[in-house]
Write a protein of this length. Sequence first.
Length: 362
Amino acid sequence: MPAMKITAVDTCILTVPTSHYMAIEFPQHKLVVAQIRTDQGLEGLGYGLVFGGGGAESVLSYLDTRLKPLLIGEDPLGVERLWEKMYKGDRGVRRVGIAGMALSALDIGLWDVAGKAAKLPLYKLWGAAADRIPCYGSGGWGKYTEKDLVAEAERYAGMGCRYYKMKIHDPDPAVNRRRVEAVKKALGHGVRMMVDVNQKLDVLGNIRQARLLEDFDLVWYEEPVNSDDNVSCAEVARSISIPVATGENHYTRYEFADLIERKAARYLMPDVCRANGFSETLKIAHLAAGHGVAISPHVVYEISIQVAGALANSFLVELMDWMPEDLFEDIPACRDGAIRIPERPGHGMSLHKNAISRYRSS
Ligand SMILES: [Mg+2]
């Protein structure tokens, strides 16, 4: 059979309203979509979730003008070769931030083609460690009232989730303690909790905050400091008794290697739509496996589960229940606290037939 060729990459942005609870903090998210067309009829869906939407147009512009031309006419099955071509394309533009997100969307689309060509779901192509992945309910944003917090946490618990993660964004650490305590009390013993700082504190602020939360048996304490500052993250990890998780704003194997070497986190949280796609996320995860560190992928659980399902060192995917029913076909649901990985070839997700006409904004 002659080599397959990429004939086109069709791109757009979808602006998608969020569901009830998340909308209190973020009324919408944006998806940068890149549909890879080939001369043999196989198609791959690449996309990036741009949280809150900020920067989506820049991601699309970089993808369209600098990365897409590198793929046209190429064989999509050479994913690693094409990844290198895109990664090294503009020497002066590091593959972090906007450029990393653009590369991620295309890498995800290329792997979707590869999985369809192999007629396998990606987790099986990559080694199938598990076919269902336990998930945690995630939300608990700063703008929620205590009543919103408890209602959301109970909603996830009602889906069988045995973990719930909430933000601790109040400037007063005692207020955060009170909010965590209110949720903990409502959930009872069957559900363990995590908290997320989202980079809002410095080392001393984190030590003070964590001390007030030590008696809650928290699974992890997330993204304590500015994500550029691995030195401070390591100092927090050494200084508090709750395990630290971080990595949703880290982009490459090199950035994750630095976190690992500094023992800055027990849980690493690469986001497949930021950290240069499935390809780089798998490398990050294997690197972590060599150091006894677990991987808990950040959001986009509907495709992150393919990575988690291929790893012996994965721990939970993040169920953020925000998507409308008419964004994707057959959105994987949480059953008994876990997501069963779709057995469809590739990453298993396709846009709902009305998604583009309904949500396209550019
Ligand atoms: Mg987070």
